[in-house]
Design a protein around this ligand. Structure first.
Ligand code: KE4
Length: 433
């Protein structure tokens, strides 16, 4: 059996938390609802590691859900923040750091000629939908089953992430009138998108998608899917929007759009561009972005948007990432990890399908392929729940849901990967007995 580890302090704090905050957490997926046991309470993070308040150390493959791509608390990021702190935490006025991060994003991301910073991916997606509708004068949008674009009302239709994890139907409190303009199609199904355009002529403002779906586990676009969406949106006078909140600066320095060579009209970003501080962003062609207030009529605002601390952490993170060899390292290490995981499961007779792109990976405990959310739901979530707890007891912290992607960082060493693979091997063997 796996060696149980001491969780006394975590239990005490989490029990108290449940009296103070809904579910004891600030975001649902952290509550471990779909995996065995209670969450552990973090004390600190550094590099590829997290320590809980009972002193247990974990190799972390969540990385704060993506931002920690350079490793937690990177010394250069911390040093820059310490310097920036001396000048204040928020100005509520223009600051040159916003220019700097804007220039870096515009230079890196093929679709972005102009960018607006916000404070979360949800805000970025909300704003980009308003902009899509304003630019085209159309109200409907197409999203894909299992894709998650934050928790704004109009996206909570067959969403991924916590909605999928918790098996939530379309959330209560979301009026039908709000979601009646949200059309959905299965991921990787161009025919379904064609039909939606045919059934809704001149009414669809655009198509928004995760260019790699990290909120239903890990689903990659089939050859021709992204190119097909690019063509279909152009033919129908609609916009193509890549939600790169998770894939941005992770799949490559220019995001999935650079890696796959398909340029959308608008892009949303978050996570990595904040280096661990709250930042979201949306950007695209100047012709479209100049509609955003105050240069245009599309209103969107935010007290802490572009604050100097978040800009500083984002700038330093991208400076580290754009150094030679970063993405090769992420690609090779993550490929070794996912191949090792799949080999171990197969040797233990456990059905599995998994893959990775750069520093992002995922697997499903079922036979592959998994091309869309319906197929993802075949995964054995009960077994995953047991595996998650067993891995935790061996000092490896995986995303607490079968419907989330995993993330590596530049701080993970070959040793960390080998230790992780050893733990998976032991767990698959122990659990399959
Ligand atoms: P935030 O509002 O959580 O910053 O971003 C929403 C969002 C939008 N688009 C994509 C592609 C995303 O992955 C996210 C957020 N991702 C989840 C992880 N699956 C955040 C974790 C959480 O909800 O606690």
């Amino acid at each position: 059996m796996t060696n149980a580890f001491n969780t006394t302090n975590s239990q005490t704090v989490f029990t108290a938390a449940k009296e103070l905050m809904p579910g004891g957490v600030s975001s649902p997926v952290r509550a471990f609802k779909s995996v065995n046991g209670d969450p552990i309470v973090f004390d600190r993070v550094k590099g590829p590691y997290a320590w809980d308040i009972d002193g247990n150390r974990f190799i972390d493959y969540v990385g704060s859900w993506g931002p920690a791509i350079c490793g937690h608390s990177h010394p250069e990021v911390i040093a820059s923040l310490q310097e920036a702190l001396e000048k204040g935490t928020s100005f509520g006025a223009p600051c040159e750091l916003e220019n700097k991060l804007s220039e870096m994003v515009i230079e890196a991301v093929p679709s972005v000629e102009m960018v607006r910073f916000v404070n979360s991916g949800t805000e970025a997606c909300m704003a980009v939908l308003r902009l899509m509708r304003a630019f085209t004068g159309r109200d409907k949008l197409i999203k894909f089953e299992g894709c998650y674009h934050g928790h704004a009302d109009m996206f909570l239709v067959k969403a991924g992430s916590g909605v999928a994890t918790l098996g939530l139907p379309d959330s209560p409190g979301v009026p039908r009138s709000t979601t009646s303009n949200t059309l959905t199609a299965p991921y990787n199904d161009l025919e379904a998108v064609k039909e939606l355009f045919a059934e809704n002529p001149d009414a669809i403002s655009g198509v928004i998608l995760e260019p790699i779906v990290g909120n239903a586990g890990f689903i990659t676009p089939e050859p021709g899917f992204l190119e097909g969406l690019r063509e279909l949106t152009k033919e129908n006078g609609a916009l193509l929007v890549f939600d790169e909140v998770m894939t941005g600066f992770r799949i490559s320095y220019g995001g999935a759009q650079e890696r796959f060579g398909v340029t959308p009209d608008l892009t949303t970003m978050g996570k990595v561009i904040g280096g661990g501080l709250p930042v979201g962003a949306y950007g695209g062609k100047k012709e479209i972005m100049s509609m955003v207030a105050p240069s245009g009529p599309v209103y969107q605002a935010g007290t802490l948007s572009g604050n100097p601390l978040a800009m500083t952490a984002g700038i330093k993170t991208l400076e580290i990432l754009r150094q030679e060899g970063s993405y090769e390292r992420l690609e090779n290490m993550t490929k070794k990890l996912i191949n090792g995981i799949c080999d171990s499961a197969k040797q233990a007779g456990i059905p599995i399908t998994g893959s990775s792109v750069s520093g992002m990976f995922g697997f499903y405990l079922c036979e592959g392929p998994v091309r869309n959310f319906e197929e993802a739901k075949k995964a054995n979530t009960d077994y995953f729940g047991k595996l998650h707890r067993a891995m935790l007891e061996k000092g490896v912290y995986l995303a607490p849901s079968a419907f989330e992607a995993g993330f590596t960082s530049l701080a993970h060493s070959e040793d960390d990967i080998d230790i992780t693979l050893q733990a998976f091997n032991e767990c698959f063997n122990e659990l399959s007995q």
